[in-house]
Structures are given as structure tokens and as C-alpha cells.
Design a protein. Structure first.
Length: 390
């Protein structure tokens, strides 16, 4: 199956076409083929970040000085990596999501201190927004940062963080975390600020490591009187929600792109299985119900791809894509779940056997319908935007 055929779509420039083809070759040479059970998930993840850095791929996850983030490049890279290996996609995505706020709104000193190391694969990044009582409802956040006035009433030169974050990807292995905390300039989402917290800062600890159905490094974080310098703030006081949403606008579209990669892989595996499985004196592929299933899978893959690259292209034209990104994430993640489920069905018993590609895809896709805004949150975003802007 030709997984690169969509590269001739008008959304892309030649540099994007070259990038996706080159990465496809690199993945074939450097990543494990078939189902990957990354048992030593922390070590595998660190090794993948190093390899992606050495290959030059992580330069696309950050924006250099004066450069914009190339959304189409990020989406093509995530789609390709996900098609080959879910953990490689995760490793790439977290370097981008974890450092995205610094790329988008960091000071020159913050950019200099973190982005080169992120793009070389020397520093692992994390994005810490969610809390035990504040997931979909981000504004319900409790984690707080107050100005430390030990400086003698001059307003202090440090903030002190207290509270918890949970479900934090790369938690436990990241070298730094972009942490969102309530600073109280205004009620709700207008009273949140963003901070860079280095691993090892006194008062910051990993409270719990969390296991999930598709293993990834994940943790609950705890801050107890954790002092960070004022210079660790990204953006202005009270701008944290804006920092988070601007970051998510880029990476939400890329979650859709990763789903697309998983779905393409499942369609390919389903096609192979249908052609090869002998049944009723013919093959599974000869049965009309199989052809209908494959048709539905292909339509879902192509419609997801159109939404993903429409959103990415629009963002690269400088347009606001809140609705388009939400549409892409909703349709591509939900669609990939259906495509993968159909591929499992085509494999019969083999489909649920541990170690089969479709079995690992089945576990891999599930969380994408939940994180960076659950499907219901995307529906709300789309519905409200339609009512407001038509
Ligand atoms: C594998 C994984 C990795 C993650 N990585 C990160 C990370 O790196 N950084 C980070 O900050 N967070 C991360 N998260 C957290 C993720 O963003 C949250 O899980 C997500 O926002 C949902 O929050 P919640 O789990 O608290 O569920 P809740 O907010 O309790 O939502 C539960 C369910 O309610 C439904 N729902 C939500 N809103 C509505 C609505 N308006 N109307 C109707 N139904 C609704 C949805 O079905 C949702 O799944 C990760 C989560 C997972 C599973």
C-alpha cells in the first residue's frame, strides 16, 4: 500500500514532500518493524529521543529564533512516526508539546537555555496542565504559585509552587516541565501563569508513576514549596491559559495526525490480512462484506487526512484554527478507533493476540480520544464556534 500518495495534495510544499519521504526511509532503517512491546519504556523513550535528535528530526519540533512552527511538517512527521512505531511518535510529540510554550512565547534567554538541547535530543520536555480535579475543566486548576516576598517586600524574585499535576507524559524522565499554576491576577482561566520547572528543583517530586494500556512514561507530580525564579515564567503573569491554548492549537492538530498514522497502518494490515486469509474456497478479500469494510476504512482514513492537512495548512497561512483543529482531532481520533477495530475484526482471533500489530494499535489509539481535549470537548469547541461565527 502506498502510504505517501497524499503527499501530492496541494496542501504541501516540496520541502514537506521531501521531509515525509526521508523520514519514511529513516523509520524503515532505524525503528523496529511490526508490533513493538517497549517493555523498558523509560529507556526506550530516552533512546528514541536521542535517535530522533541525532537524525535531525527534532529540529522540526521546535521553532528557531524568528521562525514559525511548521504545522504541516509536524503533522507529516507524527503521521509517519505513528505508522511505524507509536512510542517513537510519542517521543517526538512530547519534545514538541513540552517545549511548545517556549517556542511560541519564551524569552530569548529561555529559548537559548532549552530549545537547542530539546532539538538535539539532549533534554526531555514535559507539559504539565492536568490535575486530579482539573482535566477537561482546566480553569478548575488548584496548583498555585505565589510571589515569594522573602526579598523584603520588594515583590520577590521567586515564585513558590504548591499543588499537584497528573497524567503528565514524560513524567519521571523529563529534564524540565512547563507547569501551569494559579497566580490569581483574575478569577478562572485569566489567573493562571506558566513556569519552567527543572527536574531536581527542591520541592518538586514525582508522587506516582502511572501505568496505562499502551505503555508510555507517565506520572503524577507534586510541588511543595517549590521555588522557581521569576525568569522561569513564560509570557506575562495571568497569560498561562493563553500560553496553554496556543500550544494546544498546534499540537491538537498533530494528535489528529498521529491518529491518522495509526489508522493508515491498520488499513494496510487489514488489506494484507484480507488478501492472505484463505476462506470458503477463496480469500477473505473476495467476500463483499470485507470489501465494504475496507471501503469504510479507506473513506475514514482519507477524510481524516483531509481535515488534518486542511487545519495544518490554514495554521501555516497564519489563520486561527481553533475550530479546524478541533474538527481534525475529533474525526481523526474517533475514525482511527473505528478503522483499527475493523482491522482487528478482519484478523479474527489473531487480532486480539498480544504481539500482533493490530492488537498494539488497538491499545495505542485509545488515549488519543481523551488527551489534549476529549472528543466531547472538541464537539463543544466546534458547536460554540459555529454558533458564534457561523
Ligand atoms: C495517556 C495520557 C497522557 C496524558 N498526557 C498529558 C500531559 O502530558 N499533560 C497534561 O497536562 N495532561 C495529560 N493528560 C491528561 C488529559 O489531558 C486528561 O486526561 C483529559 O484532559 C481529560 O481529563 P480527565 O482525565 O480529568 O477526565 P475528565 O475531565 O474527568 O473527563 C471525563 C470524561 O468526561 C467527558 N467530558 C468532558 N467534558 C465534557 C463535556 N463538556 N460534556 C460532556 N462530557 C464531557 C469526556 O468523555 C471525558 O473523557 C494525559 C492523559 C492520558 C490518558
Amino acid at each position: 500500500m502506498n502510504h505517501l500518495k497524499h503527499l501530492d495534495w496541494p496542501f504541501f510544499e516540496d520541502k514537506h514532500r521531501a521531509l515525509a519521504s526521508e523520514l519514511d526511509g529513516w523509520c524503515a532503517r532505524n525503528l523496529a518493524h511490526g508490533a513493538v512491546d517497549h517493555e523498558e519504556v523509560d529507556a526506550s523513550c530516552k533512546a528514541l529521543v536521542k535517535a530522533l535528535g541525532a537524525g535531525g528530526w527534532l529540529t522540526h519540533a521546535v521553532a528557531g529564533e524568528g521562525q514559525a512552527i511548521d504545522t504541516r511538517a509536524i503533522c507529516l512527521l507524527r503521521e509517519t512516526l505513528a505508522r511505524h512505531d507509536g512510542l517513537a511518535d510519542f517521543a517526538f510529540a512530547m519534545q514538541g508539546l513540552g517545549s511548545g510554550a517556549i517556542s511560541l512565547m519564551g524569552t530569548p534567554a529561555q529559548r537559548e537555555a532549552y530549545l537547542p538541547r530539546v532539538s538535539r535530543g539532549e533534554a526531555l520536555a514535559a507539559f504539565a496542565l492536568s490535575e486530579p480535579e482539573a482535566g477537561s475543566d482546566v480553569a478548575a486548576m488548584h496548583c498555585a504559585a505565589r510571589l515569594d516576598d522573602r526579598g523584603g517586600g520588594q515583590g520577590g524574585d521567586h515564585y513558590v509552587l504548591d499543588g499537584e499535576k497528573t497524567w503528565i507524559s514524560n513524567g519521571g524522565i523529563a529534564d524540565f516541565y512547563v507547569v501551569f499554576a494559579r497566580t490569581g491576577e483574575a478569577p478562572g482561566s485569566r489567573g493562571i501563569s506558566a513556569f519552567i520547572v527543572d527536574a531536581g528543583t527542591p520541592g518538586f517530586e514525582i508522587a506516582e508513576r502511572i501505568d496505562v494500556i499502551a505503555p508510555h512514561p507517565l506520572a503524577r507530580l507534586r510541588f511543595t514549596g517549590c521555588r522557581v525564579p521569576k525568569t522561569a515564567m513564560i509570557g506575562a503573569p495571568g497569560e498561562g491559559f493563553k500560553v496553554a491554548m496556543r500550544t494546544l492549537d498546534v499540537f491538537r492538530t498533530s494528535v489528529a495526525a498521529a491518529s491518522l498514522g495509526f489508522a493508515r497502518r491498520a488499513l494496510g494490515e487489514g488489506l494484507n490480512q484480507a488478501r492472505e486469509r484463505a476462506m470458503f474456497g477463496a480469500t477473505l478479500a473476495d467476500l463483499p462484506l470485507t470489501q465494504a469494510k475496507l471501503a469504510d476504512m479507506a473513506c475514514t482514513v482519507d477524510s481524516s487526512a483531509l481535515l488534518v492537512y486542511r487545519a495544518a495548512w490554514e495554521r501555516d497561512q497564519g489563520r486561527t484554527i481553533t475550530r479546524e483543529a478541533a474538527m481534525a482531532k475529533l474525526m481523526a481520533t474517533e475514525g482511527a478507533q473505528r478503522v483499527i477495530d475493523a482491522a482487528v475484526q478482519l484478523h479474527g482471533g489473531r487480532g486480539v493476540r498480544r504481539g500482533e500489530i493490530v492488537e498494539s494499535l488497538y491499545r495505542e489509539i485509545r488515549a488519543l480520544r481523551i488527551y489534549e481535549g476529549a472528543s466531547e470537548v472538541q464537539q463543544l469547541i466546534i458547536g460554540r464556534d459555529l454558533l458564534k461565527n457561523g
